[in-house]
Design a protein around this ligand. Structure first.
Ligand SMILES: [Zn+2]
Ligand SMILES: [Zn+2]
Length: 888
């Protein structure tokens, strides 16, 4: 089986990857890139000059691969250097515009208003900014959000739509990544959407329309998209859940999906159904293609119509790049199917991937590109040959059953099967059928067999997709879904119906709403079947769970073993014999061992049998960067682990318990850090007090990890804490109330609770109810004080407790309400860490508190600048390591 496009595509990807690897360690100077360019040129020359003589030799093959490799490196290097100086993020970072106050940013509205449940969002292509009375040219994308807070309704800005030239008065920022190992690269993700800076609008009146210049094509498409969203809203006004799902499946807007719905799709591995991508494009392409053939259009016309419909779909959907990639692949594969033989599927995929990488080398590192490429490659390389190898003979045996002459052409057992089917159908079925059905008796009799073959093929394809996706899903989403191959069958089949019908419905609805009403009702039913089937699979226990991401070498091993398995399979499913097939013992040995190797690597991915990354014999406390809030991982010398608080935001518009979180610090920041450390289990999780900046992240932590005990202080009956206790009970996590006088000893560390005092339950969370924990290991001690304020500090001082500590987690984010000079004197820390958000609205940490530490000569670190900070001791010496230092 010849796959000429696959190797160059792989070489190209390797080149891009190498450039990234080298650029991170050795800066690629212009001289080095020039050298690369000359090398590529020389290779190309060699190939051209010596081409005829080298043709067909190994040298030619190697030289061409090397040329592709160099080309990849070169393209990636050019892209890396191609940053404009008037880029908005560069302007802000370099101080050429005042980054500390609201500025007038001007540009053309690219997209918006995009409606989210409690937010309006505008994406603007910038052209200038006014700073200190000067108008400075600017480029890049700005995302402005207008958020609804409880008790405050927004005034919607007067914007006609995409294409308008607008001015926004807001405080723009370069998106900040959390400074934690393993943190999601938010900045890169936004950059992929063409967004370089973000800001929030305080009020709708701060967005004004300057003018409406002639619309660009992209503006027209965005306006059509807005209109289609409105049509959906109108058609499905009575079925909000169906509307939310259809918004996602048809137009790429996932903002309205409720948390339980999207989580059930994630748990079953069917979330891809909600992300417009390859599957949707393929369903649409197949539908149009089928309809065209049905209407007996000529092949060329059918293809043209199919491509036109695909192009329309690509243009109206949000988040265009992944869909454009999918459409490209679908178009190539479809074209290849029609004009060439089937093996061209993989070639088509390789050509599309190569083209995309040439145009945008950075796409190689985009998870969505990797996921779609990996699933399509798995279908082409594993699914198709496995299905062909197992069911193709039976498929052939069941075609044109009525024609006995074919029996002889087929192998004897298949011929017998056909005869058997005919005689048994005549004997068993025909006499029982009404007369008008007798001509179809044979088809009806064979239908269950055909259905069985179809289901088997689907299972095989679905399994192949799982093989392709499992390592990447574990790596990027930390999830393993064992129910995926089965749950995906109804989900994928329904998507294949819902997408084309939904678009037909939208088309009809845009002409006249009443035309589409019956179809809309039918679609509501279909979406109901989809969501309830997914919900049912997701309710099965233990079939979906969270896991640390596999190490890179394991992902590579999985890919290599799967590729070896696929290559051996291909060898045995040739369309016409090439004489190079491997036969007999060696083939079986190779196939079986590569399949076993692939299975073993996937098993390791799914179970993560590696120990967590904690140093035995040391007491470690890591203050994680969670923005404004607290989250501290404590690892004990014997491997016990304790998480103190989970971060959160008192200002976030919606919490997890409200059903629709847009950002969940537990899920998106704390859990990824813990997974990065290879943790699956925590011995205890402590909530110092019930404020949301300590509480919110813990729901996800209880959900994602196996947690031994939940430690709470004073009993609080607020809904937030109640919900956390509920979550703990759900996961059989024991709830323990800790108070002054309680102690524990783990791995030679003495843990002592100094606060709170015994007090009756209360409804409202209070800083002064915080758990205060002192840890003593050898000669070194740590003090974690939550958010306690002056009164508690004074009480602790008055009681004569041993407060001295080498490391202090500073109270209440460095606020002036805490850390009195007397308290600091009594603790006498050598090292202190403040956990506070960058540019937080409370002004934490307070300058007077900072001065106090400086005056004492205490080494002070801050999560907003230094990132995750790890303090570690062997019981004698104290060491500290901050994420920001490690990075530089
Ligand atoms: Zn706090
Ligand atoms: Zn607090």
């Amino acid at each position: 089986m010849r796959l000429p496009a696959v190797w160059p595509a792989i070489a190209l990807a390797c080149g891009i990857w190498l450039e990234r690897l080298l650029a991170d360690s050795v800066p690629l100077t212009p001289l080095a890139s020039a050298g690369l360019f000359v090398a590529a040129l020389l290779l190309a020359l060699l190939l051209v000059r010596r081409g005829p003589r080298l043709a067909g030799t190994g040298t030619a093959w190697l030289a061409s691969l090397a040329a592709w490799l160099l080309l990849g490196s070169l393209a990636a290097g050019i892209q890396r250097r191609n940053v404009r100086l008037d880029d908005a993020a560069t302007l802000l970072a370099s101080g050429r515009v005042d980054a500390h106050q609201p500025l007038r940013w001007r540009g053309r509205l690219r997209q918006g208003p995009s409606r989210l449940p409690s937010e309006l969002r505008y994406d603007v292509d910038l052209d200038e900014v006014v700073s200190e009375g000067q108008t400075i040219p600017a480029t890049g994308g700005l995302r402005a959000t207008l958020t609804e807070f409880p008790g405050r309704k927004w005034v919607e800005p007067a914007v006609a739509g995409p294409g308008d030239r607008v001015e926004l008065l807001l405080h723009a920022r370069v998106p900040r990544n959390y400074l934690d190992p393993g943190a999601f690269d938010e900045r890169a993700a936004l950059a992929r959407q063409g967004i370089n800076i973000t800001g929030s609008l305080r009020d709708g009146s701060l967005l004004t329309v300057l003018e409406t210049p002639p619309l660009r094509w992209s503006d027209r498409w965005s306006r059509i998209r807005n209109r289609l969203l409105q049509t959906l809203d109108a058609l499905f006004a009575n079925a909000p859940q169906a509307n939310a799902v259809l918004r996602a499946m048809l137009l790429g807007d996932r903002g309205f999906l409720e948390h339980p719905v999207s989580e059930s799709f994630q748990r079953t591995g069917a979330y891809h159904v909600l992300v417009v991508a390859g599957l949707h494009v393929a369903a649409l392409a197949a539908f149009v293609f089928w309809a065209g053939r049905r209407m007996r259009l000529p092949m060329e016309a059918t293809l043209c119509v199919t491509f036109a419909v695909l192009a329309f779909f690509v243009l109206v959907v949000e988040e265009r790049p992944p869909i454009l990639r999918a459409a490209l692949m679908a178009a190539l594969v479809l074209g290849a199917q029609v004009f060439f033989r089937r093996p061209a599927v993989l070639n088509g995929v390789a050509v599309a991937a190569g083209g995309i990488l040439c145009a945008n080398p950075a796409a190689l590192f985009d998870p969505s590109f990797q996921l779609s490429l990996s699933s399509v490659a798995a279908i082409g390389a594993l699914g198709v040959p496995l299905a062909e190898g197992t069911t193709a003979p039976y498929r052939r045996a069941l075609s044109q059953l009525g024609d006995p002459t074919l029996d002889l052409v087929l192998p004897p057992n298949l011929g017998q099967l056909r005869m058997l089917l005919r005689t048994e159908s005549q004997r068993l079925l025909e006499p029982r059928l009404p007369a008008f059905l007798t001509p179809y008796a044979l088809s009806i009799f064979a239908a269950p067999l055909r259905l069985g073959i179809g289901i088997w093929d689907l299972m095989v394809i679905s399994l192949a997709i799982q093989v392709g996706l499992t390592p990447l899903l574990a790596l990027y989403f930390h999830r393993v879904t064992l129910v995926g191959p089965v749950a995906n069958i109804p989900a994928v089949l329904l998507t294949g119906i819902i997408v084309p019908l939904g678009l037909v419905c939208l088309g009809l609805g845009s002409i006249a709403t009443p035309l589409a009403v019956p179809l809309a009702a039918f679609l509501t039913g279909l979406v109901g079947v989809l969501t309830s089937s997914v919900a049912w699979f997701s309710s099965l226990p233990r079939l979906s769970y969270r896991i640390p991401g596999p190490p890179a070498w394991l992902v590579a091993a999985a890919a290599i073993s799967a590729a070896a398995f696929a290559a051996l399979l291909w060898r045995n499913v040739p369309r016409k014999p090439t004489g190079r097939e491997l036969r007999g013992g060696w083939w079986y040995l190779g196939t079986v061992s590569s399949a076993l190797a692939c299975g073993a690597t996937l098993f390791c991915v799914a179970t993560y049998p590696f120990p967590p990354q904690v140093t035995p014999g040391r007491l470690e406390a890591t203050v994680i960067d969670v923005g404004q809030g607290d989250a501290i991982l404590v690892a004990f010398p014997d491997g016990h682990t304790l998480l103190v608080d989970g971060g959160g935001s008192a200002l976030a518009p919606l919490a997890r318990m409200n059903g629709r979180p847009q950002f969940d610090v537990g899920e998106d920041v704390v859990a990824p850090y813990l997974w990065e450390r290879g943790l699956k289990h925590l011995d205890a999780v402590a909530l110092t007090h019930g404020h949301r900046d300590h509480l919110d992240g813990l729901y996800a932590v209880l959900d994602d990890f196996s947690v031994g005990e939940l430690w709470l202080g004073r009993e609080i009956t607020s809904p937030g804490v109640r919900a956390l206790e509920e979550e703990a009970r759900l996961h059989q996590t024991r709830i323990v109330h800790r108070q002054r006088g309680d102690a524990f000893a783990w791995g030679g560390v003495d843990g002592q609770f100094l606060w709170p005092d015994d007090a009756p339950a209360t409804e409202k969370a209070n800083n002064n109810d915080s758990l205060v924990l002192r840890l003593q290991f050898g000669n070194v001690s740590y003090l974690l004080v939550g958010d306690i304020e002056r009164p508690v500090e004074r009480q602790l001082l008055g009681r004569g407790d041993a407060l001295r500590a080498d490391f202090l987690k500073v109270g209440h984010h460095g606020s002036k309400t805490s850390t009195t000079p007397d308290f600091l004197q009594a603790v006498g820390p050598r090292l202190a860490v403040i956990s506070a958000g960058a540019e937080n609205p409370y002004g934490h940490p307070n300058q007077a508190v900072l001065d106090e530490f400086n005056g004492r000569g205490t080494r002070l670190l801050r999560t907003d600048r230094d990132g995750a900070t790890t303090v570690s001791t062997d019981g004698r010496a104290l060491s500290v390591q901050a994420y920001a230092d490690k990075r530089d």
